[in-house]
Design a protein around this ligand. Sequence first.
Ligand code: MN
Length: 306
Amino acid sequence: MSGPAPADAALGGEPAGQQPLEVLEGKEAQVGSARVRRALPLRRRRTVGAWCFADHLGPMAGPDQGLDIGPHPHTGLATVTWLLEGELLHRDSLGSEQPVAPGQLNLMHAGRGVSHAEEQVRPGGRMHGAQLWVAQPEATRHGDGGFEHHGDLPQAEVPGGVATVLIGALAGATSPARADTPLLGADLALQAATSTWGLEPSYEHALVVLDGAVVVDDTEVVPGQLAHLGTGRQELVLTADAPARVLLLGGEPFEAPLVMWWNWVGRTREEMVEAHRAWAQDDGRFGRVDSRLPRIPAPNPPWSGQ
Ligand code: MN
């Protein structure tokens, strides 16, 4: 460090080089029988680093509220499953069969094509968590799929909070999980206190509150919102009046504009058309999943003229 930054010199009062906080309202969406809060993508914010999709699920319970999701395909992205309550069984076309419980990470890279199913282990039981996607870069998005389970992720403690690092590094803890681009995903368990987290200033960052509320830059952030922190931020100061759980997402701003449709991430409309054809015709590109749940058909695409 070379002396104090001119903290109040920038427009809006941010330290030099730091973008102002932008709090966006997420949208409600339906996944299976569950209503979810979608923080990404939003019309005004498609990505945060390579993070391109973020659903907050629950908390929910009951026979009509569940997370059974039958076999469906992915391309060009990694799926991240992170639970605060409940348990899911992941099955995929690579042959993986892996339960995931709170504190554990399931991470599946689709590459050119993988299909998977997620079955709720205790139907009707409590479920609370997040499903996120990471866009794969050009170097890996046409490659083979891969699946990882991390049952014991590193944690870092600062006054006022504990971080579990899913992907990347935070506060001295580094996750062993695969990251194809410079990336951060961390779960912050906050006490009723103020906590300070050092950030990589070249990354773009955002917060998704999963439980409780936090104050950042004098602004309260609650579940259902995306708090975009932008780039250039050296430090994140969070204040909670009661225990809270927050996902901190970040990464190097992503290389290319994405085309996303249904469960596919690519770069062109033609790639979406081809993935749709391959799934509809079950031509082998997405393999087979051994699941008790029925295969999910792709919806009618907007380019089909129907
Ligand atoms: Mn999926």
